[in-house]
Design a protein around this ligand. Structure first.
Ligand code: FE2
Ligand code: FE2
Length: 179
């Protein structure tokens, strides 16, 4: 116990009891802070994950997902590229056509699997670059999880396809062609 904590325990007359409660932190605040810290690494990726999270969440709502699945979609989307470990790799993944795109999805998913609250988000991150028609890659994956992962994939590709310095409406045709 630290010296300060010892004296606090004495003052409170709570010998043998914990004087400090574990802090309570809202999970979505932790997720968004983690997401922020990741995206602040380089201006090019600034807010990428949070834009993807917003778009994916709106799509999940449109599909009528229950609130738990909406939350998992938001968590997964806000952290979907957490498995990218270098700035160079971050740049690479922001290109639209990348051949070896699955590695960071595996790493990110493995990282999230360490936290039971992110169990389904981990699965969504694992599949966030898998094409809808990638058979038999989806074998054993629950259809709702598959749809949720595809929503994140679409939101992600949408984000990397748009020019943030130009008006979004003028890009509809070119973005549609890419997707
Ligand atoms: Fe990714
Ligand atoms: Fe991404």
């Amino acid at each position: 116990m630290l010296a300060g904590a010892k004296s606090a325990a004495k003052l409170g007359g709570q010998k043998g009891k914990r004087m400090f409660r574990d802090p309570t932190v809202m999970l979505h605040n932790v997720v968004l802070s983690l997401s922020d810290s990741f995206d602040l690494v380089h201006p090019v990726v600034a807010d990428h994950q949070q834009r993807v999270a917003y778009t994916a969440l709106r799509m999940a709502q449109t599909f009528g997902f229950d609130l738990d699945l909406q939350a998992d979609v938001m968590y997964a989307a806000a952290l979907h590229d957490i498995g990218i470990l270098s700035v160079a790799d971050k740049m690479c993944v922001l290109e639209f056509d990348v051949s070896d795109i699955g590695r960071h999805a595996e790493i990110g998913s493995t990282f999230l699997q360490g936290f039971p609250v992110f169990a389904r988000a981990a699965e969504l991150v694992q599949h966030h670059h898998r094409r809808w028609d990638d058979e038999p890659g989806w074998e054993g994956v629950d259809p709702r999880t598959r749809l949720a992962a595809n929503i994140i994939c679409l939101a992600d590709r949408l984000d990397v396809s748009t020019d943030k310095d130009a008006g979004i409406l003028s890009q509809v045709t070119s973005v549609k062609k890419k997707l």
